[in-house]
Design a protein around this ligand. Structure first.
Ligand SMILES: Nc1nc2c(ncn2[C@@H]2O[C@H](COP(=O)(O)OP(=O)(O)O)[C@@H](O)[C@H]2O)c(=O)[nH]1
Ligand SMILES: [Mg+2]
Length: 212
């Protein structure tokens, strides 16, 4: 049987833009309301069942800082893709998007997605029509809400299709937990969280073999 392909995906964006909430939403299925700034870098391994078999994203969630400098050189090294977040209720986070994309490109990461988060909020400061950055850079843009679940799997699906070069790839439905009998709990989501120092010297164990 072929090994499950593993892709390193870095998630970047201003502090508070909803990166960790989005990743945790996938990992746990819960919306986490309190804000706990991420310390260092956390790597979440998320496995999706697809029509091509399972694929794993190693999601690198950056520190709760606006400064890339604190992340260390290794952060984007050998990344297969990047997800750049901004918060539609925070104009400054949208303004910062260019800087994040420039960093991604400077590390030769050629696949990136732009995500505008918190579209459930009535405190929106950045309208859909004023989001133009993705057209200039020719990247995909998704508006999401981790709170209401709106579009929240779309960036993963887009990346899965691009990385496998299969435009027809679909995620395979998993059984809804609430339809299961009480004595047959759903299998735990494939999740592994490890914290790594933001600028560790040792080479990262991340696999990129399947990406080229
Ligand atoms: N209304 C709303 N709030 C959100 C959403 N996603 C995240 N938040 C809130 O935004 C804050 C910052 O989120 P967090 O994920 O820690 O941001 P990070 O610094 O980018 O990792 C938290 O209080 C979250 O509860 C969303 O989709 N809608
Ligand atoms: Mg965070």
């Amino acid at each position: 049987m072929a090994a499950t392909p593993v892709y390193k995906v870095c998630v970047l964006g201003s502090a508070g833009s909803g990166k960790t909430t989005w990743l945790r939403r996938h990992a746990t299925g819960e919306f986490v309301a309190e804000h706990t700034p991420t310390v260092g870098v956390e790597v979440l391994s998320l496995t999706f069942n697809t029509t091509r078999g399972p694929i794993t994203f190693q999601m690198w969630d950056m520190a709760g800082t606006d400064k890339f400098a604190g992340l260390g050189e290794d952060y984007l090294l050998n990344a297969d893709a990047a997800v750049v977040f901004f918060d539609v209720t925070d104009k400054s986070s949208y303004k910062a998007v260019k800087t994040w994309f420039d960093m991604v490109e400077s590390k030769d990461v050629s696949l990136a997605v732009l995500v505008g988060s918190k579209v459930d909020s009535s405190a929106r400061e950045v309208s859909s029509s004023s989001v133009t950055f993705h057209r200039k850079r020719n990247v995909q843009y998704y508006e999401i809400s981790s709170k209401s679940n709106y579009n929240f799997e779309k960036p993963f699906l887009y990346l899965a299709r691009r990385l496998t070069n299969d435009r027809d790839l679909q995620f395979v439905e998993t059984v809804e937990t609430d339809e299961l009998a009480a004595d047959a709990p759903a299998p735990a989501p494939a999740l592994a969280a490890v914290s790594v120092a933001p600028s560790c010297d040792d080479p990262s164990p991340i696999l990129t073999a399947a990406s080229e």
